[in-house]
Design a protein around this ligand. Structure first.
Ligand SMILES: [Zn+2]
Length: 185
């Protein structure tokens, strides 16, 4: 039985593979872990990527950015984004899908890589400025940059920590953008 709510969130009450109750409102079956969507076939079985592989892909992305001064990573992203991947995810066989289980569009991947960070950075900057962190000198500017960086990483850790507790392994930015990260098993 398939149910669809207004937010295009598709979930299956009975798992299409193991036929056990898959957990209402969950994308991945609570029993066997397979991604349950209306149009996915058992042949393209996908499971939630493990937090460990997500962390590894994240670190790989950073390593490639560092090794190629960002340029090589950007060119690589332009190629693999169409398959719902970043370079780090491509190396580890992880994919970003939308809530229906289809590969995320290139636009969604770029939003995921840059839009979220840009939004968080801007929001934090506005908060700091509202708190009176006005830069009058270079020293002030460096201090502002320092606190912006600290807060940005705190938010990023919270974002990543969320997926550890989430049944569907969604971080805050996955929830905001409606994405899932899948891999094989
Ligand atoms: Zn199942």
């Amino acid at each position: 039985m398939t149910a669809t709510d207004r937010r295009t969130r598709i979930y299956v009450l009975e798992c299409r593979v193991c036929a056990k109750p898959s957990g209402a409102g969950r994308y991945f079956c609570a029993s066997c872990g397979i991604l349950n969507t209306a149009d996915a076939k058992p042949a393209d079985a996908a499971y939630a990527a493990s937090p460990r592989s997500r962390l590894a892909a994240f670190l790989l992305d950073y390593l490639i950015i560092w090794l190629t001064a960002g340029v090589g990573w950007l060119l690589w992203l332009a190629i693999v984004a169409r398959r719902g991947q970043s370079p780090g995810k491509a190396l580890l066989g992880l994919r970003v899908t939308d809530r229906t289980g289809r590969a995320a569009s290139a636009r969604l991947v770029w939003l995921r890589e840059f839009g979220w960070d840009a939004a968080v950075g801007t929001l934090l900057l506005v908060v700091l400025l509202l708190l009176g962190a006005v830069a009058h000198s270079l020293g002030d500017l460096l201090e502002l940059w320092f606190w912006l960086t600290v807060l940005f990483w705190l938010v990023s850790f919270g974002d990543a920590a969320r997926l550890l507790r989430d049944a569907d392994r969604q971080s805050w930015h996955d929830r905001a953008l409606g994405t899932l990260v899948v891999g094989g098993r």
